[in-house]
Design a binder for this molecule. Structure first.
Ligand code: BES
Ligand code: ZN
Ligand code: ZN
Length: 501
């Protein structure tokens, strides 16, 4: 159950276990962020002195707890450091992150009130800030406890946010959207965090199909027999080594009066052992190799919940990449849907193989745009690190997606598809080969490979989320350890823009 979220008048008493306020760190020293006035007054104007006494600086990533020993209601103040920024124009992503960090520090707290900004009563004035607060709080409150035998901590049940115009229509709509966004991120993280002995192609298909049905989408699940009939040699080839057969899930959202159509495609390798080219490193990350699939499923569900006036189909190939006597081999030649052939040279480059089949299928619907996302290459992490998504594709559409993602609080960087890399995947015996013989530009070569399956003239983008989808380090901001839920917000913001919403 997700938390109940409400906007409340700053002067009204909000029943809560804790109130979160903000602090800033200008060169002149610590100051309170707008919104903290009422709670400071209740503390006799001594809040700043108290914060200084415990060494608070207001820096980003700083969370300070001040127990008020009954002087205030609620009896605990949590101060989120927001860094050095303009108090009159707080940065949405910084607020989102630091509110998320505060909520992480409040695990086990059922009722949270947040008073940051919310001081302008002009209609729509604080809408972006309210949305960022709600998103940060809901994403930061995430926990994944299904495998713990000890009782889980109390989840966040009630979140209230101080807003000068709590009944403002725009503010309410922004809050509803924030909840839908956070639910989609949560659904993605849950799927990614689920153990691969439980989440394999059949169960991932069942879960995404169920998500789709619950959202009123049209659902189609192709099992191994249907895949064979449909000529999906890539998905079948990659899935051949596993006792758990592959699937292809198609979800369709078709609202009345939609003019534009977008195809989403997401890589759903439920576990990537590398296959016969078995991995020698990072195999423990590889339950996250279905992050693109999860993000795409959660995004189309969220788009339906938002009633976006745009047609969307999600095409989600799912397979488990395992070594066995029935595995596909380096040197095999596979035939994709539509008839093109590929020479396999490394069974660990399996993502592009299942994606090629899926892209061919998605393009058959003649969409206006195609967005594909995948944990595709280790080279993404070599190029951009673990938090920045690599974006490749048609220049204009790629840039539109990068910008939309930036506004939504995700980090993407545009990457080229240099023409000189393309001949590296020419094959002597098939239509194309899978990988080049060297390591250079591995992320871009994968982008080239996929591009050959995208019809000429179709604006498309490939989002390589290999590193960003999984947080192997400690939690930060609103990002937990494990599945991050990345790229949902970018795809949703892109769909909204294309829908003209
Ligand atoms: N799933 C991996 C990519 C990956 C690596 C994701 C690390 C997250 C973290 C992908 O299937 C893969 O193994 N790619 C190979 C391609 C290579 C053989 C050309 C890689 O990047 O090493
Ligand atoms: Zn692989
Ligand atoms: Zn993979």
């Amino acid at each position: 159950m997700s938390a109940a979220v409400s906007l409340v008048d700053p002067a009204a008493a909000a029943p809560a276990d804790v109130v979160i306020i903000g602090a800033l760190s200008p060169a002149s020293g610590l100051v309170l962020a707008p919104g903290a006035e009422a709670i400071d007054k209740a503390m006799g104007g001594r809040l700043l002195a108290g914060l200084r006494a415990v060494g608070a600086k207001g820096r980003a990533d700083e969370v300070t707890k001040i127990p008020t020993l009954g002087l205030t209601e609620p009896p605990l103040i949590v101060v989120a450091g927001l860094g050095d920024q303009d108090p009159a124009a707080l940065d949405a992503e910084v607020v989102r992150r630091e509110v998320g960090a505060a909520l992480r520090a409040l695990s086990g707290t059922a009722r949270v009130h947040i008073a940051i900004g919310g001081t302008s009563s002009a209609p729509g004035a604080d809408t972006a800030l309210l949305a960022a607060i709600a998103e940060g709080a809901l994403m930061g409150a995430y926990s994944f406890t299904i495998y713990k035998s000890s009782p889980p901590p109390t989840p966040l049940r009630r979140l209230s946010i101080a807003a000068a115009s709590p009944r403002d229509r725009l503010a309410k709509a922004a809050l509803k959207r924030a909840q839908i966004v956070a639910d989609a991120v949560t659904a993605t993280r849950d799927l990614v965090n689920t153990a691969p002995n439980e989440l394999y192609p059949q169960t991932l298909a069942e879960r995404t199909a169920e998500m789709g049905r619950a959202a009123g989408l049209t659902v189609e699940v192709l099992d191994e027999r249907a895949l064979k009939r449909g000529g999906y040699g890539g998905i079948l080839g990659v899935g051949a080594g596993s006792v758990r057969p592959p699937r292809l899930v198609r979800l369709t959202y078709a609202p009345p009066r939609a003019k534009t159509s977008v195809a989403l495609v997401g890589k759903g390798i439920t576990f990537d052992s590398g296959g016969l080219n078995i991995k020698s490193a990072m195999m423990d990350w590889m339950k996250s190799d279905m992050s693109g699939a999860a993000a795409v499923a959660a995004t189309i569900v969220a788009a339906a919940a938002l009633r976006l006036p745009i047609n969307i189909t999600a095409t989600i190939p799912m397979a488990e990449n395992m070594p066995s006597g029935s595995s596909y081999r380096p040197s095999d030649v596979l035939t994709f849907r539509g008839g093109r052939t590929v020479e396999i040279n490394n069974t660990d480059a399996e993502g592009r193989i299942i994606l090629a089949d899926a892209i061919v299928r998605a393009a058959e619907d003649k969409p206006d745009y195609l967005i594909e996302t995948s944990t595709l290459t280790g080279a993404q992490m070599v190029s951009l690190g673990t938090r920045v998504v690599g974006a490749m594709g048609s220049d204009d559409f790629r840039d539109l997606v990068v910008a939309a993602g930036g506004r939504a609080g995700e980090s993407l960087w545009p990457m080229p598809l240099p023409p000189e890399l393309r001949p590296g995947i020419d094959s002597a015996i098939a239509d194309i080969t899978q990988v080049t013989g060297d390591r250079w530009g591995g992320m871009l070569v994968a982008g080239h490979f996929l591009s050959t399956f995208v019809p000429t003239g179709l604006p498309w983008v490939h989002l390589d989320i290999a590193g960003p989808a999984w947080n192997a380090g400690g939690p930060h901001g609103y990002t937990p350890k494990g599945g991050t839920g990345v790229i949902v917000r970018t795809m949703l913001a892109t769909l909204e823009e294309l829908a003209g919403a």
